[in-house]
Write a protein that binds this ligand. Structure first.
Ligand SMILES: C[S@@+](CC[C@H](N)C(=O)[O-])C[C@H]1O[C@@H](n2cnc3c(N)ncnc32)[C@H](O)[C@@H]1O
Length: 189
């Protein structure tokens, strides 16, 4: 698949970036996994905060997006971003328990609509260390533009119902933009 659904779209310009970065609770040694990173707006912002001692693994099915992210990372001098083309519904080339934090920014609704939400969430659970966190950013389930149709947007309860059975407990719900929310979860184990 060379042009997956929603390729080229990003919610980064619709959120309050300071609010999101603060909710990520980044540390200098954080290992962050950005699942379906697109052109990597979140990955680059997080990598800048984390600094050279951490790592940001960024995966997307869209090869042009990964090329653009690699180019931006070079230009901005953030070699801690490691970007690869990959399907986040499949096993990713990282060891179990190797990540502190996983981010799914405005992609879970598409994965869920296509029946791949559980696979991606179980892979996130495999890669996170016990106590690691999963952060999901989604559009409120209302009609608004830009964004996906309300019919495929996920209400808070729908995100929880998808995520919790995959080995997580719910942590925090925070508004991060109009109409976007962030739900965080902790990897149990
Ligand atoms: C709405 S964009 C969000 C991009 C990024 N998270 C952001 O908000 O800036 C959704 C992204 O999911 C990617 N995507 C869709 N299905 C995927 C899959 N199965 N594996 C990896 N990436 C996928 C698309 O290529 C696209 O870049």
């Amino acid at each position: 698949m060379s042009h997956p659904i929603a390729a080229g779209k990003s919610s980064f310009d619709l959120v309050d970036p300071e609010r999101v970065l603060s909710e990520l609770r980044l540390q200098p040694d954080t290992v962050l996994l950005d699942l379906a990173c697109g052109i990597g707006n979140y990955a680059l912002a997080a990598a800048t905060v984390i600094g050279p001692a951490g790592t940001v693994y960024a995966f997307d099915l869209w090869p042009e997006g990964i090329d653009l992210l690699r180019q931006s990372a070079r230009e901005r001098g953030v070699p801690q971003v490691r970007a690869e083309v990959a399907d986040v519904r499949e096993p990713l080339p990282l060891p179990a328990g190797s990540c502190d934090l996983a981010l799914m920014a405005t992609v879970l609704h598409d994965l869920a609509a296509e029946g791949g939400g559980e696979k991606a969430l179980r892979e996130a659970a495999r890669l996170l260390r016990p106590g690691g966190r999963l952060v999901v950013i989604e559009f409120e389930k209302v009609d608004s533009h830009p964004g996906p149709p309300a019919a495929i947007r996920l209400a808070h309860e729908e995100v929880e119902a998808l995520v919790v059975p995959c080995g997580f407990r719910r942590e925090r719900l925070v508004p991060v933009g109009d109409p976007l929310y962030l739900l965080s979860f902790v990897r149990e184990g």
